[in-house]
Design a protein around this ligand. Sequence first.
Ligand SMILES: [Zn+2]
Length: 415
Amino acid sequence: MARTVFAGGQVYDGTTAAAAPGEVAVEDGRVVEVGTDLDGDERVDCAGGYVAPGFFDCHVHVTLDAPSLMRILETPFSLQFYSAAANLATTLRTGITTVRDAGGADLGIRTALERGMIPGPRLQVAITMLSQTGGHGDDWHVCGGDAPFMVTHPGRPSGLVDGPHAVRQRVRELVRAGADVIKVATTGGVLSPNDDPRHAHFRDDEIQEMVAEAHAAGIEVMAHAQGTEGIQAAVRNGVRSIEHGIYLDDETVDLMVQHGTWLVPTLHAPRAVIAAADAGVPIPRAAVEKAHQVAEAHVASVRLAHEAGVRIAMGTDCGVGPHGTNLEELGLMTEAGLSPRDALEATTGSAADLLGVGSDRGRIRPGQRADLVVVDGDPDDVRGLRERVRRVYLDGRLAHRADDATAATAADPTP
Ligand SMILES: [Zn+2]
């Protein structure tokens, strides 16, 4: 078997350790050796840059292309599957080799990737989001009609549910449909019509039931949670990660540390909503106002959580923002007080642990899957990271080269 050596640059290993000059040998899709003066049949030149574990984004929506209900209403039903294929290809080219879809993508999309029918990162799917009546996933509008943000179909059952008994059945339906993780909204959100991000949704007995059912099926629960009360309810009932986590306080971050709960900030998302509205995308005024409200609070909360020692994994909510801009999140994380290396760890090793794949990938060490990126410049600088990704590898095989212009344009999605 051919043995490839990544040489001539630094190695960032996916932990908080400093990068150092070194080499990484890959054979049969796995890292086999990390060191210096390694032998190999082929050499990948990393001069002027570094090799790192392939990046993770723990919160994307690959079937979604813009936060505009008007646009969604004008989009043919099955176009979302083709969009997902285009968005996954874009995401892979940006250096992201594993994503978790927080609602939208179903088993068919994951299967297409696994069979190699479409290029893209490895994918975990939540399929849909459990929401209470009047919650973040309730598509009812005051006109009296439903305008679905994500229409239900056989692969994506409805997430609208109330009461512990009904919740139990709904989790079982999602497990049956192939969910890798259960997503719940324990607070309102920004883009939905009738809810407030500060309000707590679902009661303890309902959240407990979801977590118990998910655990029985060997999977975890992630919670869209923005307001403090709803975040605390998720944490004390065993949810593994708080998504967004806009309004954190001292008591809440202590509770998260105590329970070992992850925070997946999505600093990128409210900014993307504001930018889209400024660019003329028709977004309801209430949603834009909510986005402005949350943007600043979000940065302060990430800072608080990081200082308290809450485990952080990188997420963006891309789909709300444009796919392929994911790595901008790292720069935003450093504005919230993370060091560049903390931000990189959140995007590699920590994210792999959150997703339960840390023994397979997310770090550079012998035995790990050779999902790798070669990046220009220094790991202690994450600015402009997106433009610096030179090469992307899946299982040790080249999946993208930044200097291959034909590959880049062929798969670009239409806006
Ligand atoms: Zn989301």
